[in-house]
Design a protein around this ligand. Sequence first.
Ligand SMILES: Nc1nc2c(c(=O)[nH]1)N[C@H]1C(S)=C(S)[C@@H](COP(=O)(O)O)O[C@H]1N2
Ligand SMILES: [Mo]
Length: 241
Amino acid sequence: MSAESLQEAEVGTPIGRRVVLGMAAVGAAGVLFGSRVQDWLGNTLAPITARDGTGLSSLLPVGRFRIYSVTGSLPSKLAADYHLQVDGLVDKPFTLTFDELTAMPATGLTADFQCVTGWRVHEVPWVGVKLRDLLDRAGVKHRAAGVTFQSFDGLYTESLSMDQARRDDVLVVYRMERKPVSRNHGGPVRLYVAPMYGYKSCKWLERITVTSKVVPGYWEVRGYDQDAWIGKSNGREDAPV
Ligand SMILES: Nc1nc2c(c(=O)[nH]1)N[C@H]1C(S)=C(S)[C@@H](COP(=O)(O)O)O[C@H]1N2
Ligand SMILES: [Mo]
């Protein structure tokens, strides 16, 4: 797919001034809320919405998902201006344009998306490049043990162990629900970690860094589990989902 056709698809999502102001307020509340994440994990009686600390969704009704951004705003980047950097403990660090990324072998996967606060979107079609393929292209050094993801929102980070990062169902995604990944959903490129809660799926992805240890991400330093297996982490011991 060309960057031009994506640009066309990405325009036309105006966010009014009132909505932007509202999002800033929600974002600030979300940051405060984050420090109390352990409280709500123990409080199963609270309504889901009361535990939804980073949601912008009441302000942005956009289909089946809720839209999250810990910064309280939604960064924007055209596919034509996009770069993905892969670096750290690798033999050959590199940077890809959007077209170079989408020219790599693609993987499609239809799977659920679930936030740790309880909402779930069933059977989402995702298309992207296996994270493993990007790691192999860079040549991971033997002593590497973790992979960190950085967002061009300037704040959000996430991480996986090397074993988790090399799974078949961990994708660097540029299509979601049969469309280019929208700005709201972290476009032009986001991560999708199928077996884990949504906070692992870093939006507005711009950098993948191989590290000697697993470095806790934005929500991990605020109390979420590093290993975010759906139904088996963050205080939940459900049957397999
Ligand atoms: N950059 C960034 N990525 C992020 C988040 C965020 O706030 N900022 N929120 C995470 C959480 S908690 C969830 S559930 C999903 C939500 O994805 P969506 O906004 O596309 O529904 O994004 C994840 N990735
Ligand atoms: Mo989430």
